[in-house]
Design a protein around this ligand. Structure first.
Ligand code: NAD
Length: 335
């Protein structure tokens, strides 16, 4: 297996997660790691840097994996593309639409390298099942979807997510972005965007704790989303209504296990009441007890770098499209 010389910029939680996934994969040789907090540079097998430019300039990697905070992501992505590197970058694609557009510009100017963003939820088993169920046509066509994604936020000063100059936004940009990406994935490109954000509990927070969004495609499909940092008990729910049935995703397997079991249930429309009761069709269930999302995602990136197949999920166009939705919601909001 060809191994690509790789550096990781940002060695916090996601840097370690991506490092572990690349090690399990085997196609990446991590020659350098970088974090401006030296205490995070604990890997001794790689060159250690506190400055990301020096890391890229000295290591001359083929691949740069960007897991630093939101404000730093666009700078590193553009610099790495200009230097001919393939790039895997975390979501969100910067703090605002302008950041995402800047990365798309750098990608268009570069020499045909791969750029992929970490819209990781597409690789969860329940999401993969839902996608193949929809693509099979078994339940007809998707007409509507409703997503709820919430966590218990905090006001901790040392948390960069609570500093708007670094994070760029609140819960919508941090977590809601995953749900928006899934809504686009299942329903299509949205052209009508309504919504607002607010601080319902964390009044002194710089970023919003709540976002409600309503979306519509050109061909009349609709979706709604509630993104919350005041959910108190972590929650992930996505309902998808099709012309001949319905899919419900509940829970999401994560390392903390706080979003519950990952389940998909689907129902076929039963107006002849074969199941015996109207509105209570036979239910089919699957429940997953493993999260291979990080592995599947890095596998797709590796395959794209080796030209085995193009980036399918987390393209720069996905990144720009979802940032456009967020920008439009922020444009409508009270804060
Ligand atoms: N794909 C996903 O599902 C997912 C999940 C969580 C976080 N994320 C994203 O990953 C990124 C990192 O999040 P995290 O949870 O790992 O946060 P974290 O705080 O654990 O790690 C961020 C690291 O970046 C470092 N850093 C900050 N500025 C830097 C700089 N100039 N140069 C080098 N390193 C720098 C910090 O010191 C820290 O170690 C964020 O953009 C976040 O939104 C993605």
């Amino acid at each position: 297996m060809r191994k690509f010389k790789t550096v990781i910029i940002g060695m916090g939680r996601m840097g370690r997660t991506r490092y572990d996934a690349m090690m399990r994969h085997g196609g990446f040789e991590i020659t350098g790691i970088c974090d401006n907090d030296a205490q995070r540079l604990v890997l001794e097998s790689a060159g250690r840097y506190e400055d990301w430019k020096s890391c890229i300039d000295r290591e001359q990697p083929e691949v740069v994996v960007v897991c630093a905070v939101n404000a730093v992501i666009p700078q590193v992505v553009c610099y790495a593309l200009e230097r001919g590197c393939h790039v895997f970058a975390e979501k969100p694609p910067g703090r605002c639409l302008e950041d995402a557009l800047g990365m798309r510009e750098a990608f268009r100017k570069c020499g045909g390298q791969v750029l992929k963003f970490g819209f990781n939820h597409r690789y969860h088993y329940a999401v993969i099942e839902a996608k193949s169920l929809i693509d099979s046509g078994f339940l007809g066509e998707v007409v509507a979807a409703r997503g709820v994604y919430g966590k218990a936020g905090n006001l901790e000063r040392q948390e960069w997510r609570n500093d708007i100059s670094i994070a760029g936004g609140g819960i919508l940009l941090d977590q809601g972005i995953h749900m928006l990406d899934l809504l686009r994935y299942f329903v299509g490109d949205f052209t009508v965007v309504e919504g607002f954000t607010d601080n319902l509990v964390w009044k002194e927070a710089q970023g919003e704790d709540t976002a409600f969004v309503t979306l519509k495609t050109d061909n009349g499909k609709v979706a709604t989303m509630h993104s919350s940092a005041i959910q108190w008990k972590h929650k992930f729910d996505l309902d998808i209504t099709c012309t001949n049935g319905y899919i419900a995703l509940n829970g999401l397997l994560t390392s903390t296990q706080s979003y519950g079991e990952e389940r998909i249930a689907y129902y076929k429309k039963d107006l002849e009441v074969k199941s015996g009761k109207l509105g209570n069709p036979t239910e089919y269930n699957m429940c997953f007890d493993a999260d291979r999302s990080w592995d599947f995602e890095i596998e797709e990136f590796y395959d794209a770098v080796t030209c085995m197949r193009p980036v399918i999920n987390g393209t720069v166009d996905d990144a720009v499209a979802v940032m456009e939705l967020i920008e439009r919601v922020y444009g409508n909001s009270h804060i």
